[in-house]
Design a protein around this ligand. Structure first.
Ligand code: HEM
Ligand SMILES: *[C@@H]1O[C@H](CO)[C@@H](O)[C@H](O)[C@H]1NC(C)=O
Ligand SMILES: *[C@@H]1O[C@H](CO)[C@@H](O)[C@H](O)[C@H]1NC(C)=O
Length: 318
């Protein structure tokens, strides 16, 4: 009996409340539609916005959990300035939605949840799968550039990519499926230069690039060209969310080096193959939803001891 009480104490002591779908149903019923409206309006103005929102959620979740830490401006130590977050954008959309939410239901909706909702809507607006997003995250108390040192990097080996996902409680399947997010969005030539011209000792391209694709990439990103020029990460598959990215990766048409690495490992390769078999084909869309919900739970803070509801997303409350 005594042991039982101790065990229960431990369980309730460390386990936090869980996220749930519709967390704001009573406290701020329009929360999700307000965020969706801001994403939609911004996307009408700039078609890159959905990609920004999706990437932002990933980068938020991978440093200290999905807690809005990436949104904070706290000077030179701001997490968002980390090299691993290079090119992450869309902060203004989150901030604008937050301002409206503070007007409608002050002090209720966390910035971390706004990011998660915006990512969900980004997928939907790109004609990807529609899913219910869990909410109830609190915003974290820490932003520190050095905490982003372990972000997955485009030069990482498949071994290291897997490890970085395992460290967040995510599997190699999550790695493959979430990499599929690259079905929308673009990359700067910056991330390709070494892959095209300096991949092997003495110079030369990554041999894993399909020879039918290499000349095209070299033309888009020439050696002395503009490293800020952007190209779609998912070759020839438009801005819509689809499994074209996995097809491209399988056939050597990956644009990003880290995407190509999924072929370097028997397990990730087999998962990739499972979406293209002639029998019992897995559904990328369904699996993507599962993995997004899982990623959205990484390191979340749900107690007011560990997090707060920020009034402004780029600033801690006093
Ligand atoms: C597996 C490790 C990953 C690596 C190494 C990686 C790396 C990159 C790189 C280098 C870019 C180009 C950035 C730029 O040029 O501005 C990019 C873009 C992007 N990533 Fe990832 N990524 C990874 C996983 C993910 C995940 C899990 C998601 C979301 C679930 C995601 C969503 C995106 C999106 C949407 C873009 C396009 C952004 C835009 O158009 O501005 N990535 N990623
Ligand atoms: C940031 O994090 C690093 C590593 O954990 C730590 O050494 C440093 O003191 C932190 N900086 C601030 C200002 O909290
Ligand atoms: C395909 O799925 C069906 C039903 O889920 C199952 O009975 C069958 O054994 C599976 N076939 C293979 C090759 O996995």
């Amino acid at each position: 009996m005594k042991n039982m009480i101790i065990v229960m104490f431990i369980i309730f002591g460390i386990s936090e409340a869980r996220l749930k779908v519709g967390f704001y149903r009573k406290t701020c019923p329009d929360a999700e539609s307000i965020v969706g409206g801001f994403v939609r309006d911004a996307a009408e103005f700039n078609p890159q916005i959905p990609a920004f929102m999706l990437r932002l959620h990933f980068h938020d979740c991978f440093v200290q959990g999905c807690d809005g830490s990436i949104l904070i401006d706290n000077g030179p130590i701001s997490e968002k300035l980390a090299v691993g977050h290079q090119g992450v954008k869309g902060f203004d959309v989150i901030e604008n939605a937050k301002a409206q939410l503070e007007f409608v239901c002050p002090g209720v909706v966390s910035c971390a949840d706004i990011v998660a909702i915006a990512a969900r809507d980004a997928v939907a607006f790109s004609f990807g799968p529609i899913y219910e997003v869990e909410t109830g995250r609190k915003d974290g108390f820490v932003s520190n550039i050095s905490l982003a040192d372990n972000m997955p990097d485009f030069r990482d080996s498949i071994h290291l990519l897997k490890k970085k996902f395992f460290d967040k409680g995510l599997t190699e399947k999550d790695l493959v499926v979430l990499t599929g997010a690259h079905t929308i969005g673009t990359t700067a030539c910056f991330f390709l230069m070494d892959r095209l011209y300096n991949f092997v000792p003495g110079g030369g391209p990554d041999p894993s690039i399909n020879p039918d694709f290499l000349p095209e990439l070299m033309e888009i990103c020439p050696p002395e060209g503009d490293i800020n020029f952007r190209l779609p990460i998912d070759h020839d598959s438009g801005e819509n969310f689809d499994n074209g990215i996995l097809r491209n990766i399988r056939s050597g048409f990956a644009v990003l080096q880290s995407d190509a690495k999924l072929l370097d490992d028997p397990e990730t390769k087999q998962i990739l193959d499972s979406y293209f078999g002639s029998t019992n084909q897995s559904s990328f869309e369904a699996d993507f939803v599962t993995s997004m919900v899982k990623m959205g739970r990484v390191g979340v803070k749900t107690s007011s001891k560990r997090g707060e509801i920020r009034r402004v997303c780029n600033t801690f409350n006093d």
